[in-house]
Design a protein around this ligand. Structure first.
Ligand code: NAD
Length: 362
């Protein structure tokens, strides 16, 4: 049956990088008979400009009718003065909530061709291949009560609540163990159980879920140590699972190990494997419209879409191999450029991936 992808290009470099991913999708259709249709919708600042809201009802209807969502990026200086409730980023949070995307999978993989692009020593990062799984719809970012209040004394207090219930922890732990089973069967759960009772529960529940996965080696680490270990010896990790806020911070840290934010895809999944796929970077207003952005994170996000939502690991692999081939041939967008390589535009990089993909069909 033909699957449907909702495509939301968004703002800034979003339309440029999505255009390249759609070329790849077209090639998959023509060369490999992949049965997929796409429908485009508005999200973020462009949606606000056209419809007065960053996540219009039409877009909600579209994502609900689709089997998966491919997103570019949202936001930019043009919309920064808007009220918080209609800022482009609310569109993104709204999508996560609407689709109940509680599991955020962020692989951090260093492509061997890009060892020089990392700020860490080559022997620390070469061969790096880890997966961070972040809980995305709970924890301190959503907990209530929250806000800034004024006490009777006249002093203001800022307040947020870190809260997780057992079922929220169990479902993200299950995703993490399942992911570890498909990789090297090592899972590190990151918490702050020595200080935060909420994450003491986190540790207990993850350990309980682990009883169903005897083949996975489970370890626990405090978040401060995990941050240190990520930059000291990141290759010790296979899969890491953690709370919303710890995952937010650790996954950006892991991203930088790989040299460029322009290379890293992500998947956000619901309980049934429906997901939203997007590069981890933002809308890069500084380079938008200049044909400079690296489209590979978005193209690799399309690969994750085939692997996790369509269960077509073979197509994901084709995309990944085509990206490797483009890098092997020495082509580099500005963000990953190093001496001796050939500097190319967004469009040229997309074309290189498409021709590498096409050559697999011959
Ligand atoms: P950013 O990720 O957009 O850019 C950070 C730096 O990385 C910039 O120098 C940019 O040019 C560069 N960069 C990012 N993606 C690149 C790519 N594909 N190729 C080459 N270089 C790339 O982060 P920012 O500047 O902090 O945020 C800009 C806007 O994006 C803000 O409005 C922010 O709210 C939004 N944002 C959106 C998302 C999202 O849509 N998921 C995520 C983060 C930030």
């Amino acid at each position: 049956m033909t699957k449907k992808i909702a495509v939301l290009a968004g703002d800034g470099i979003g339309p440029e990088i999505i255009r390249e991913a759609l070329k790849v999708l077209d090639c998959l259709r023509h060369e490999f008979g992949v049965e997929v249709e796409t429908e485009q919708g508005l999200v973020g600042g462009v949606a606000y400009d056209a419809k007065g809201h960053p996540l219009p009802q039409e877009t909600l209807d579209l994502v609900n009718s689709a089997d998966a969502v491919l997103l570019g990026a949202v936001g930019g200086p043009r919309w920064e003065a808007l009220d918080y409730s209609v800022r482009p980023e609310r569109g993104l949070l709204g999508l996560r909530a609407e689709l109940n995307l509680f599991a955020n999978l962020r692989p951090a993989m260093l492509h061997p061709q890009l060892v020089e692009a990392s700020t860490l020593k080559p022997d620390v990062v070469s061969g790096l291949d880890l997966m961070i799984i972040r809980e995305l719809t709970g924890g301190i970012y959503f907990g209530k009560p929250r806000g800034v209040r004024t006490l009777d004394s006249g002093e203001r207090i800022g307040l947020n609540t870190l809260i997780y219930n057992e079922s929220e922890i169990r479902r993200i732990a299950t995703v993490a163990f399942d992911t570890a089973m498909k990789r090297n069967r090592q899972l590190c759960s990151v918490d702050k159980a020595n200080v935060l009772e909420c994450t003491e529960l986190w540790r207990d529940v993850v350990t309980e879920v682990g009883k169903d996965y005897p083949e996975v080696i489970l370890t626990h680490m405090y978040v401060d140590n995990a941050a240190m270990q990520l930059v000291r010896a990141p290759k010790q990790f296979d899969v890491m699972v953690t709370t919303n806020m710890f995952g937010d911070i650790l996954s950006d840290c892991a991203a930088m190990l790989t040299g460029s934010i322009g290379m890293l895809p992500s998947a956000s999944l619901d309980e049934h494997g429906k997901g939203m796929y997007e590069p981890i970077h933002g809308s890069a207003p500084d380079i938008a419209g200049k044909n400079l952005a690296n489209p590979l994170a978005t193209i690799l996000s399309l690969g994750m879409l085939f692997r996790y939502s369509f269960n077509q690991g073979d197509i994901a692999q084709r995309i990944e191999q085509a990206v490797e081939k483009a890098l092997d041939s020495g082509l580099r967008t500005a963000d990953i450029y190093s001496e001796g390589c050939q500097r190319v535009s967004t469009e040229e990089m997309g074309n290189a991936v498409v021709s590498a993909l096409r050559s697999q069909g011959n």
